[in-house]
Design a protein around this ligand. Structure first.
Ligand SMILES: [Zn+2]
Length: 423
């Protein structure tokens, strides 16, 4: 009797399996694009620029999504985040699991401890493995470190310990097919970025990455370049560089989808040489600044109304950088805010066409001239001034001075906020 029930159950399960398999033919191919990090988790940070991994990842993910939406009507795109917000690693996986995605693509930017002798360049595609080779530990440490931002992280991800029995079980549950498909996609992504995008090949690798462990579908984590290597940082901060990477990822997804559904979609033609040339031209000045600079620049600040209510938010790692002036120097003077919109290795005459009609002040730092607009002790005023010139200088950002010395802008803004709250 029990045996009959078992056979009937098995039959029903098989039938459901077959029918869902058939309907899968008509359902759109669902890709989850996962822009790594976000919100108070900045990811890797450029030095001395303080450019943030989370911004690069998001910009590329959005570009990939746009290409898919424009060119592949039979592909659905789901983002784990489409703005600068924090999402837990399990939250990212949940989104993909609940939607029963066909493919999970996590986009990240690589980094190593910066030193003059270690300036790696290139792209890596990671799939999951339980046991890790020694060489991949650095990437695991960095990409899994998001767990520290989650209050119950240590408990929630206990299975990440390769020695725990839970870990073995989780791994068994992973289907061989998904593992193989992950590697297939990783190979396509790597090939596109190297052959079509002209990036340096650092291989298809395996690592014990939490976000890949938690997704139940073919899933790959891409490290699209090194933010810690100035040449690649420039590339990844440029719109051309991001578009090029996005096109390569898009091509890989299109090819992967074609293999699985038999439905072709068009591939983007790319001339990497032309792109590289344009990036170099656009960034000559910026490159000199990066090479010469010894002090961190501030990232673009959010308008105050976005930040003010949640002061309890943990500080982003971005803010904790070396300062020029020791913190113990007491100062009663108020910070003065300015909008920095241009840097130049040469001194520019007042009224230069490079200022695009903006009235410029200048200061010299690290052998480059830095040009600013406005000067006020009111942070809200400087945000308005930044917006005034944002059409001409979209990358302008707020800097702060105290007694004529440049200070950490994030701290100056906090100081201003605290003072204005007390009033
Ligand atoms: Zn990352």
């Amino acid at each position: 009797m029990r045996r009959t029930i078992y056979i009937i159950t098995l039959f029903v399960v098989l039938m459901v399996g077959i029918s869902t398999g058939m309907s899968a033919q008509n359902k759109p191919f669902l890709v989850v694009l996962d822009a790594g990090h976000g919100g108070h988790d900045a990811g890797a940070v450029g030095r001395p620029t303080t450019n943030r991994e989370k911004d690069i990842n998001l910009a590329i993910a959005l570009k990939v999504g746009k290409l898919l939406q424009q060119n592949c009507p039979d592909v659905s795109v789901l983002y784990t985040r489409s703005t600068d917000v924090f999402v837990t690693l399990s939250g990212r996986a949940d989104i993909a699991n609940k939607a029963k995605a066909d493919l999970f693509v996590s986009i990240h930017t690589n980094a190593i401890e910066r030193s003059a002798s270690r300036r790696p360049m290139g792209v890596q595609s990671y799939t999951l493995t339980l046991r890790t080779a020694q060489t991949n530990l650095e990437v695991e440490k960095r990409e899994n470190s998001v767990i520290q931002f989650e209050s119950d992280g240590a408990q929630k991800y206990s299975f990440m310990n390769p020695n725990s029995p839970e870990s073995e079980i989780m791994f068994e549950l992973m289907q061989d097919r998904d593992m193989q498909e992950s590697v297939n996609f990783a190979k396509l992504a790597q090939e596109e970025m190297v052959k079509t995008g002209g990036r340096k090949d650092m291989g298809v690798l395996q690592a014990n990455l939490a976000v890949l462990r938690l997704t139940y579908m073919p899933s790959v984590l891409l490290e699209v370049g090194f933010i810690s290597t100035p040449e690649e940082e420039l590339f990844l901060m440029s719109d051309e560089g991001r578009s090029l990477i996005a096109k390569c990822i898009y091509n890989a997804i299109s090819r992967y989808k074609t293999l699985h559904t038999g439905r072709m979609s068009k591939l983007e033609k790319i001339d990497p040489k032309a792109v590289d040339k344009q990036i170099v031209e656009n960034n000559v000045e910026l490159k000199e600044a990066i090479d010469n600079a010894a002090v961190a620049e501030e990232p673009v600040e959010k308008p105050v109304e976005e930040v003010a209510p949640v002061v309890a938010e943990p500080a982003a790692p971005v803010v904790v950088l070396q300062e020029t002036t020791p913190a113990e120097q007491p100062s009663n003077s108020q910070p003065v805010f300015k909008v920095q919109f241009l840097i130049s290795p040469k001194h520019l005459v007042p009224g230069s066409t490079q200022f695009k009609g903006v009235k410029a002040d200048s200061y010299k730092e690290d052998n480059v001239y830095k040009y600013t607009y406005g000067s006020t002790t009111n942070y809200n005023e400087i945000v308005k001034m930044k917006n005034e010139i944002s059409d001409r200088f979209p990358d302008a950002f707020i800097v702060a001075f105290k007694d004529g010395q440049k200070v950490n802008a994030s701290e100056a803004i906090n100081e201003w906020k605290n003072k204005s709250k007390k009033k």
